[in-house]
Design a protein around this ligand. Sequence first.
Ligand code: G16
Length: 552
Amino acid sequence: MNQEQRSLLLNSSSRFLPPQGVKLSYGTSGFREDALLLSSTVYRVGILAALRSLKTQSVIGVMITASHNQVSDNGVKIADPSGGMLSQHWEPFADAIANAPSPQHLIQLIDEFVDKERIPFDGVKPAEILLGRDTRPSGEALLQAAREGVTSIVGAVAMDMGILTTPQLHWMVRARNKGMKASEQDYFEQLSSSFRCLMDLIPAEKGKSSGMNDKLIVDGANGVGGVKLKVLQKLLNVLDIEVRNSSDDEGVLNDGAGADYVQKEKVVPRAFGSKDSGIRCASFDGDADRLVYFSVPHESNSTIDLVDGDKMLSLFAIFIKEQLSFLNEKEDIKDCHQARLGIVQTAYANGASTDYLKHLGLEVNFTPTGVKYLHEKAAEFDIGIYFEANGHGAVLFSESFVGWLEAKANKLSSGSEAEKAVLRLLAVSKLINQAVGDALSGLLLVEVILQHTGWSIHRWSELYHDLPSRQLKVKVADRTAVITANAETVVVSPPGLQDAIDAETAKYPQGRCFVRPSGTEDVVRVYAETSTQEATDTLANSVAKLVDQFLG
Ligand code: G16
């Protein structure tokens, strides 16, 4: 770095001093903290984004969001050139600069990293960063901090894309780097046109014959998703959707509403109740990168029948598998047998879902929690479907498979089953956000598949019966003391904790239990599964006590 660059950094970084006594970590999905502590972190991530843009000579995204966390928190994460998560190889640098105690330390770290990574400063395209934020009140000021970080790198340009869902920002970064149209309007148009294409391909004898309740009620978690869904709905003009808990309403972001609340507590969100029984309902999280469905049973005021990410995965897998089978039936396109369909889950996947998917003959893979891991694994297949039980997921198509489909589309006889299957798969590859899990695009795919199969939410829910499960959070002195292995199913440290968990779990038939430190909240998470709800709750509570004893 030259002198001009050093003094620019020194000047601006002295206005963003880090909080005392807080250890920041890039975590499962970027930095998350109380918003009052974050301005220096966000400023420094702005610098990191500009360096990443110089290094990759591509557009990079910075999203200000804390997704499912409470409204007083905020966070920041980077979208890499592909639109996916920041390369894990840069995470240690992110941690180091976020925690640098002074501007001098910060500049020294940047200097060393620039040399090590050979980041070019001269004679290259200047850095270009897209900035987005969700609806959190702290977002606007933090976005300014990010902008100052970006522009403290000479020549770097920051563009404020306004209030967006997290997946929209990731989509824009991907589209920009592919030289495609990349505005918010382009996003809505891509989703609505691919959705219409799938609707037009629904077999005449299916669709409306289902007895499926046409109305869908969506809980927007009082975040950005409900607002954007209303825009999308106007373009679609075919779905009957009522949006509740949209941020125009009175409710507080993620408070008693949203996908995280609904999936973990298994109760109706705010503004829903017995009046909605029998109707298909869905829930977004605060930045609309998660989606779960649910229905309210007739006799219930608050409990729900949850249709989580695992069941969405199963629905998508059935549909994709069916389309591939149409291709395989056709003699002249037998080469499609080589199309590899892969499934990716985490340890939170309900055991019944994994059994079901394996029973369908699918290859099921496991990764640790975090979209960054699942997405990477799913990208190894021609079609990779990944979902976390909490509703984060996508259907990824490899570029070579999309190329193969495009070539086939022109050769197949018009109106044949094989041609329709090819067109459906191509439409899914456009409808589903290829950059990251996206509640809006996921919702449209669910809706069209339900019409395609003629299934109600109840028929869908009956695909298999979840084993009773329970998730708990335990507050401990230092959650980083918990170290896990084997896709987070085994605790390696502190010593003795795993043996104690094993001894407890062995008391329950079909018992399964694991603990892991959250990467987004200051807690250790406990997950338990057994054959009855009562036993599951007892197991989860006993293991939560063990966590407290070992770490409290
Ligand atoms: C983020 C990640 C997800 C993860 C979730 C919870 O979601 O993107 O992959 O499942 O955090 O992570 P943890 O259990 O480590 O707290 P979101 O929707 O909060 O961005």
